[in-house]
Design a protein around this ligand. Structure first.
Ligand code: GDP
Ligand code: MG
Length: 166
């Protein structure tokens, strides 16, 4: 089996860190600086017989400059080819205007949608729960995962679920 998963989210949510962790080797550049991922990057994660093709995208945000707009367009293009869209949200930073904007665009899309709250290693549990209800009030998700892309917390379960969804 084989399927495409688009990893979308605001800049710095941890999308590239997650793709690298799932693939098990470095394919995307991780940086504390926003917008390090400038175009779509592909990584392949193997889970048993299943290939999960991960599309790491530039962060989606309200772009003003032309290059920025092109990056945001590339991110949504990546989502268009996908069997499933995983929205990564920084569990500590929460859902500001950038995340709300993504949710508004996401809610009318036909693809399957999963929510992944990242950085559970540095986010308070109560915050994660209120964030989850804030997000799901705007857009419904088929599944919700709590992970840390850096410590690996919750990643095995997430990867298994992805493989089963392909
Ligand atoms: P992207 O812009 O969404 O691709 O985000 P990156 O993957 O480049 O990560 C942005 C920053 O968040 C980097 O400094 C990462 O090390 C950090 N980061 C990513 N995931 C986690 C996590 O689960 N926990 C913590 N504490 N930091 C993380
Ligand atoms: Mg990135």
């Amino acid at each position: 089996k084989c399927g495409h998963v688009a990893i979308i989210g605001a800049p710095n949510a941890g999308k590239s860190t997650l793709v690298n962790a799932l693939v098990g080797q470095k394919v995307a550049i991780v940086s504390p600086k926003a917008q390090t991922t400038r175009t779509r990057m592909l990584g392949v994660a193997l889970q048993g017989e299943t290939q999960i093709i991960l599309v790491d995208t530039p962060g989606i945000f309200a772009a003003q400059r032309r290059l920025d707009r092109a990056m945001v367009a590339a991110a949504w293009d990546g989502a268009g080819d996908a069997d499933l869209i995983a929205l990564i949200v920084d569990g500590r930073a929460g859902a500001g205007p950038k995340v709300e904007k993504i949710l508004q665009s996401l809610k009318d899309r036909p693809e399957r949608k999963w929510l992944v709250l990242n950085k559970v290693d540095i986010a308070a549990k109560e915050k994660l729960l209120s964030l989850t209800s804030k997000i799901t009030d705007i857009c419904a998700f088929e599944e919700i995962y709590y992970i840390s892309a850096t410590t690996g917390d919750g990643l095995e379960e997430f990867k298994h679920a992805l493989a089963n969804a392909m």
